[in-house]
Design a protein around this ligand. Sequence first.
Ligand code: HEC
Length: 145
Amino acid sequence: MKKRNIIVALSLVLGASTLSGAAFATVTEKSAKTAPADARMMTLHAMMPMLSVASAGLKTALEKGETASVEKEAEKILAAIPALKKSRPHKNVKQRKIYLKLAAKLEETVTSTVGLAKKGDFAGAKTAFQKVEATCVACHVKFRD
Ligand code: HEC
């Protein structure tokens, strides 16, 4: 009788630990797969309005020929590139290579826009800026809902 009680108690303990083990596995799996992905998406939501404001500012600065403002607005966009590369879109998530390429292209086009403006070539800078806008659009077409 006593032995049986011990066995029952033991299997209860084992059962409980197996259960909590399973629960633990679910939680860690969730935080490993879901939470960072959500965080990466949140980054994107937080970042895009800033990109929008900065690129509008860049456009205005180019029209006015204000090199200092061009640099300031371009800096904001360039500072966001590493986070953009780490972010994760909702759509076509698997096409990561293209996503990273477009993020790199944003960096390139903004860099060449500011480079031309600094040389005083505002006509060239405006043409380069059209490629910035085209890159925003290209990424949205493929990766934005
Ligand atoms: C590498 C890809 C990529 C580039 C480049 C990019 N975007 Fe986005 N953008 C996205 C994605 C993906 C979303 C959708 C965000 C979401 O649904 O979480 C988005 C959404 C937005 C939104 C809507 C806000 C929101 O949270 O949904 C604005 C505004 C925006 N982008 C502006 C810009 C501007 C301006 C540029 C260029 C200067 C730009 N984006 C470049 C990927 C990109």
